[in-house]
Design a protein around this ligand. Structure first.
Ligand SMILES: [Zn+2]
Length: 233
């Protein structure tokens, strides 16, 4: 199992904590930037993904917000998301279209990613007033129900979400900032980014409330080979 070493040493593309091998590689590379194993093997379609906190730190609140019908929790959690979004600010475009990852219709009374995005934008209007962020709620729709990503391997997650999203707004020429609640392998946001770029978006950045570090989420499964992550994306 890989072990995160120093906090803050993360993959510049997906924010995965880097393992010892990757950090050693970074020190010998002239670019001084090493990618995590996952991004080396398969570069993500998005420009960069950031997260506000580790999932364990916000898990109880996220669970209440999503599964126990406590949407009011989106407001304090959005402050964490807004911090993550600010980390993108120095290198991100000055004008961006903010798109929450959609739910399948009727799945829940509210979409937690939409609530988080709304509250975070409100906060950023005062902390980053020159950043032109425009919410476009229905740029994406989910075309079918997807199985819970719980206990699926990385490859299974990619298959599970493939073709599950469609672009229904006009995103041609837009720099998109995709919002989701939890990032685990990135399969969901990568699939959203893929269809947005195919529909003409110029770039896709990703900000999530929390990141379930794969090292933390991995469980030993004696009967199976792949790492098994415990969260939903
Ligand atoms: Zn990475």
């Amino acid at each position: 199992m890989r072990t995160p070493t120093s906090a803050g040493t993360v993959c510049p593309l997906c924010s995965e904590p880097l393992d010892i091998d990757s950090i050693a590689a970074a020190e010998t590379l002239s670019t001084a930037e090493a990618l995590c194993h996952s991004c080396q093997q398969q570069p993500p379609p998005f420009t960069r993904a950031v997260a506000g906190n580790v999932y364990d730190a916000v898990r109880p609140a996220v669970h209440l917000m999503k599964f126990e019908n406590v949407p009011a929790l989106a407001q304090p959690l959005a402050a964490v998301l807004a911090q993550a979004m600010l980390a993108l600010r120095p290198t991100a475009p000055t004008r961006m279209t903010v798109v929450p990852v959609p739910l399948y219709r009727g799945k829940r009374a509210y979409n937690q990613s939409t609530l988080l995005a709304r509250h975070a934008l409100r906060l950023l209007r005062s902390s980053a007033p020159d950043w032109q962020l425009h919410l476009q709620l229905h740029a994406l729709r989910r075309t079918r129900h997807t199985e819970s990503q719980y206990l699926l391997s990385r490859e299974q997650r990619q298959q599970n979400v493939y073709g599950a999203f469609a672009v229904q707004g006009d995103v041609r020429g837009h720099d998109v900032l995709l919002i989701d609640d939890v990032y685990t392998t990135g399969a969901t946001v990568a699939e959203c980014a893929r269809v947005l770029l195919a529909a003409g978006a110029t770039s896709v950045h990703v900000a999530t409330l929390a990141r379930a570090a794969r090292e933390i989420a991995v469980r030993w499964q004696p009967s199976r080979d792949g790492p098994m992550a415990e969260t939903h994306h």
